[in-house]
Design a protein around this ligand. Structure first.
Ligand code: SAM
Length: 270
């Protein structure tokens, strides 16, 4: 029983994003969604006391578990350290170099969800089964013309197919968090639309969502320096009018890419 393990080691959690999953059925389901094969390396971020880790270890070739809290690293070593399929990395996931992995399965520290997700998108992997705060999960999977559609939605759509596969109640954790959670399935794939320069595209999306209420035309003019186009007022007439009249929440991911590509070509003199 996971509750007993918390008691045995005197772990209370509650701070530093520490809410441990104690619902045994849910832990099994999360591991099952990973469909782990015998030749696969699984990355777990924030393994905590190792309740998910021990389930991941059953089928995987290897599990790499990155944990920041030294007290929890000691618990992990004590509980699962004998298993030579487990590699524990003691460190901050945002600072360490993440080794190669096939799948990432984790109940994440919610306060750094964005940073972790963007870091993961820089890696090649087959599948992610990731627990987030519900609102964050909803923003990841949102489509245009909805209030949750954001920079995160466009970025996620660019890198992967993502869907919410289950909502998780507070009672599944110890201590229970104040918020609801959800598990997101992330399946990386090539972008469904052309992007000439990834960095330029991503910073364009960030700049536009930074001014959510403004029309695209006004945001682009305001951000001319960032976009590297001096004569923006004249140049903007070359961009599709229908897109310029929209607001970021009404622009499809491929329309962001279309605009970014035209501006990038102009900037590069292509
Ligand atoms: N996976 C465990 C579970 O489901 O019971 C614990 C999940 S808890 C929500 C998040 C875990 O991430 C905690 O163990 C916490 O110490 C760890 N953590 C927080 N910030 C971290 C960071 N920057 N790098 C690595 N681990 C971190």
């Amino acid at each position: 029983m996971v509750h007993n393990i918390l008691r045995k080691y005197g772990i209370r959690g509650g701070n530093h994003d520490q809410h441990f999953l104690v619902d045994e059925r849910l832990l099994e389901r999360i591991a099952d969604y990973g469909d782990i094969q015998a030749d696969e390396t699984i990355l777990e971020i924030g393994p905590g006391i190792g309740n998910l880790t021990e389930r991941l270890l059953k089928n995987a070739k290897k599990v790499i578990a990155i944990e920041k809290d030294p007290e929890l690293v000691d618990v992990l070593k004590d509980r699962l350290g004998d298993n030579d399929k487990l590699e524990i990395i003691h460190g901050d996931v945002l600072k360490v170099d993440i080794p190669d992995f096939d799948k990432v399965i984790a109940n994440l520290p919610y306060s750094i969800s964005s940073e972790i997700t963007f870091k993961l998108f820089k890696h090649e992997f087959k599948l992610g089964i990731l627990m987030y705060q519900l609102e964050f999960a909803q923003r990841m999977v949102s489509h245009s013309n909805s209030k949750n559609y954001s920079r995160l939605s466009v970025n996620t759509h660019y890198f992967a197919d993502a869907s919410i596969i289950m909502k998780v109640p507070r009672a599944a954790f110890s201590p229970p968090p104040d918020i609801l959670s959800a598990v997101v399935k992330v399946e990386p794939r090539p972008s469904p639309f052309e992007v000439l320069d990834e960095k330029y595209f991503l910073s364009f999306v960030t700049a536009l969502f930074g001014q959510r209420r403004k029309k695209i035309r006004n945001s682009i003019i305001r951000n001319k320096q960032l976009l590297g186009i001096e004569n923006m007022k004249e140049f903007i007439t070359e961009l599709p009018k229908d897109m310029l009249n929209k607001r970021p929440e009404n622009l499809e991911p491929e329309e962001f890419a279309h605009l970014a590509n035209i501006m990038f070509k102009h900037k590069q003199g292509i």
